[in-house]
Write a new protein. Structure first.
Length: 560
């Protein structure tokens, strides 16, 4: 039966499931960090860049709507001024009109624009001498104290467009008036405009279906406004700065951030304000954003599934690698024991010789021909000697079996000095003593406990000591074992006085099946397996050697 199918070896190779779960999680995290993290970062970057571009595009679009509507309204008001100016400048205009002529003038104005409500003629005293329109009670009213009349009289310009006000009629309206000096008399021709019809006109302009439009004066009072956001003469929450004359601002109203664009008119001290209507407030390009998020999410999920699958394959590969490594370790361990066979045989032969000698002596004493009666005390003493020798053989075989037997990875705290002594005194010490090899134990006292696998680390030390014994090659020599604590790690240096190695051999000694020994004397697995064990325990193994000067193997292991 092959080693991989041997139930004992299969059981011994079992590493806890949590170990492989942790290994899989770490691989998923590592692969995600390598492949997913850059993609997610790029997606977030492009998402915010896209939002920034769209936001800026929307700001510019809103600003363009405000500027376009303000220019159009300026043109509209200018045309109304021209309508009124053409009327008063017409040579046919009567310097002293009457009610009938005023009605004709009103009809003419309404043909030019339906926003005109009425018309009035003011003499030099400020009295509306003649009037045509729906409020006949305004005729003969004195306007000399009205602010718009006084302002028009004081202004160098001969026209005025007022803010919205109630006036004598107690109804919101605008006044547009022009003045002239005729026959040395200051006369004024005034018309009023309907705010509702002006707003209807604004609602027909380009972009009006996307925005709510309002007009405020320099004090922040609504001059024109949709009922969705306010009422006439109400104070606006959005008061744009006078400079610059065109811009985009952001204001917080009832916990909502609202972006608005504004443009100050040239014909009046008004600012036209536009803000996105509720119908398009979420985002003009939300569909594209959702597509971007959806596609990115789908790609991320697909890559994550591939990563999970790949991590599973890596775990399978690691498990197979662990099985192969464990089999190599087992093979190397058996090879090491095989190399120790001669020494172990000698170790066991000594108590067996004692047993044989004592048993033979008892047999002779029990032979009547010798006439040497055997007392109970002497028999008991001989049997005790035999029993001690049997126990000695048992201890030797037990140490061998415990070393050869496969065990699971068992990380526990160990005293490194005692662990090394266990290898020397229990397994290889007798062989070194027979080979006239002196062991110098240069231990550092008080070393902290090392968290490691005792069985595996003993195998590494045994492999190196076996190589050292063979490198000394049956000559008197010495092996120096040094332990020390360096930068939070324990170092174990094993130096021998053997033949040493050439530089080209040093480059290959940790390769599987490479050996410097004669054919039949080595498998080439010992140092290769030792290298894998130390690496698996989180440490490293290094070697220094020179031909004729021996070799030094240094093992460095983290305390935890």
């Amino acid at each position: 039966m092959s080693a991989s199918k041997n139930p004992e070896i299969t059981a011994s190779l079992a590493i806890s499931k949590s170990h492989y779960r942790d290994f899989k999680r770490k691989n998923i995290f590592r692969l995600s960090l390598t492949y997913l993290a850059p993609l997610i970062v790029l997606t977030i970057y492009f998402y915010f860049q896209y939002n920034s571009i769209i936001s800026e595009s929307r700001r510019l679009h809103l600003k363009a709507i405000a500027e376009n509507q303000a220019n159009t309204l300026d043109l509209f008001l200018t045309e109304r001024l021209v309508n009124l100016s053409n009327l008063i400048d017409d040579p046919k205009f009567l310097s002293q009109p009457n009610t009938e002529s005023m009605q004709g003038y009103l009809e003419k104005l309404k043909k030019d624009s339906k926003t005109f409500v009425d018309i009035g003629y003011f003499d030099s005293s400020g009295v509306q001498a003649f009037y045509a329109g729906p409020f006949p009670s305004l005729e003969k009213q004195n306007y000399s104290t009205e602010s718009w009349y006084k302002s028009l009289k004081e202004k160098a310009d001969n026209f005025i467009i007022t803010d919205i006000y109630l006036g004598f009629r107690q109804k919101p309206h605008f006044t547009i008036a022009v003045s002239r000096i005729i026959d040395n008399q200051f006369i004024v021709l005034r018309a009023t405009l309907d705010p509702e019809k002006i707003y209807e006109y604004l609602s027909t302009l380009e972009g009006s279906n996307e925005v709510f439009t309002s007009i405020v004066n320099k004090d922040g009072y609504y001059q024109l406004v949709t009922p969705h956001i306010g009422t006439l003469l109400q104070t606006s929450s959005m008061v744009p700065p006078v400079i610059p004359r065109l811009g985009v601002e952001r204001v917080k109203i009832e916990k909502s951030n609202i972006t608005f664009a504004y443009s100050w008119l040239k014909t009046a001290d008004w600012a036209l304000i536009v803000q996105w209507s509720a119908a398009i407030r979420p985002d003009l390009y939300s569909d594209f954003r959702f597509k971007l998020i959806g596609i990115s999410t789908a790609i991320i999920i697909l890559i994550f599934i591939i990563i999970v699958n790949r991590a599973g394959k890596l775990v399978e590969f690691q498990m197979e690698s662990d099985r192969t490594r464990a089999q190599l370790e087992h093979a190397a361990k058996l090879a090491s024991v095989g190399e120790l066979a001669a020494g172990i045989a000698h170790e066991i032969n000594n108590p067996l010789a004692i047993i044989n000698e004592e048993a033979g002596l008892i047999k002779d004493l029990m032979d009547p021909s010798f006439n040497e009666p055997l007392s109970n005390e002497e028999l008991s003493s001989r049997l005790n000697t035999i029993q001690e020798s049997v126990f000695r053989c048992r201890d030797i075989t037990r140490k061998l079996l415990s070393f050869v037997r496969k065990t699971e990875l068992d990380l526990k705290p160990h005293d490194i000095n005692q662990l090394i002594d266990g290898v020397i005194d229990g397994i290889i010490g007798q062989e070194m003593e027979v080979s006239n090899i002196k062991v110098i134990r240069n231990y550092t006292a008080g070393l902290p406990s090392l968290i490691t696998d005792r069985n595996q680390l003993q195998q590494v030390i045994l492999n190196i000591l076996n190589n050292a014994v063979q490198a000394i090659d049956n000559k008197p020599g010495k092996i120096t074992i040094t332990t020390m604590l360096v930068n939070g790690a324990i170092k174990i240096a094993l130096a021998d006085s053997g033949m040493g190695m050439e530089p080209q051999q040093l480059d290959k000694i940790f390769l599987p099946f490479y050996t410097t020994k004669d054919v039949g004397k080595g498998t080439g697995l010992g140092l290769s397996v030792s290298y894998g064990i130390i690496k698996n325990l989180g440490g490293k193994i290094e070697v220094e050697s020179a031909r004729g000067k021996g070799s030094t193997f240094t093992i460095t292991l983290p305390i935890r």
